[in-house]
Design a protein around this ligand. Structure first.
Ligand code: ADP
Ligand code: MG
Length: 242
């Protein structure tokens, strides 16, 4: 079952057509990874999916309804999507627990006690439940990213979007975050992951999408993409990164 269907999505910044014509579906329980060179439009694509950027054209269907049509309840749509950024984007003035509770109380209207319980469950999942009183500034990059994941999960998203979640981390932190993501994938969470971690993409994805210059150049199973790529552009990219 498709949760999100993207049809002929386009996005330009002024004259710069960054997403030229992107169509893809996200099915329930699926892990889709997006790979591609820097500047190919991967972040813009994720940001269009959760409407941090307004697409210039095309459709985004959520459970069959086009969220870009006038009158659609956008705040409601957004609460179904969790996002984890390269740069963590935690609230620096709040401690770890507050970071994981605030969206729940303000956006979802949960009571404090329930929000706290959900936050603690998710912090435990990412191994950060011992740090509830810490402020982001006291944490390592890897710890911050684990909190950011717990914060997003606490909103019970239907789909989690990850934009290069390990790119800003020191090498020794990367493995922890990837293994948490792998656990989430195995638990059946629907995930769209932009990553440069090719081993992760190979091992965890159901489907890999290779983006090049604002288009999906090739997509398929990890086997298709990494073992028998068809397109010259895919082969060339893999030659550079593997
Ligand atoms: P990737 O994530 O694959 O590296 P991006 O989506 O960040 O690629 O960027 C694709 C192109 O879109 C780049 O040329 C970038 O300069 C441009 N771009 C991204 N965001 C903006 C923005 N807010 N304003 C203008 N141009 C942008
Ligand atoms: Mg990017």
């Amino acid at each position: 079952m498709s949760i999100i269907q993207i049809e002929h999505l386009k996005k330009s910044f002024g004259e710069n057509l960054v997403l030229k014509d992107i169509s893809m579906d996200v099915n329930k329980g699926e892990v889709v990874t997006i790979i591609g060179a820097s500047g190919s439009g991967k972040s813009t694509f994720l940001r269009c999916i959760n409407l941090l950027e307004t697409p210039t054209g095309g459709k985004i269907l959520y459970k069959g309804e086009n969220v870009l049509e006038g009158g659609y309840n956008l705040p409601n749509y957004r609460t179904h999507l969790g996002m984890v950024f390269q740069s963590f984007n935690l609230f620096n003035n709040m401690n770890v627990l507050q970071n994981c509770m605030s969206g729940q109380t303000t956006v979802l209207g949960r009571k404090e006690a329930e929000a706290r319980k959900v936050a603690l469950e998710n912090l435990e999942k990412v191994g950060m439940d011992r740090f509830i009183d810490a402020k982001p500034a006291q944490l390592s990059g890897g710890q911050k990213q684990r909190v950011a994941i717990a914060r997003a999960l606490s909103m019970d998203p239907e789909v989690m979007l990850f934009d290069e979640p390990t790119s800003a981390l020191d090498p020794e932190m990367v493995g922890d975050v990837l293994s948490i993501m792998k656990n989430l994938a195995e638990s059946g969470l629907t995930m769209v992951v932009v990553t440069h971690e090719m081993a992760f993409a190979k091992e965890v994805s159901d489907r890999v999408i290779f983006m090049d210059q604002g288009l999906i150049a090739e997509e398929g199973t990890p086997e298709d993409l990494f073992v028998r790529p068809k397109e010259a552009r895919t082969k060339e990219f893999l030659r550079r990164v593997l």
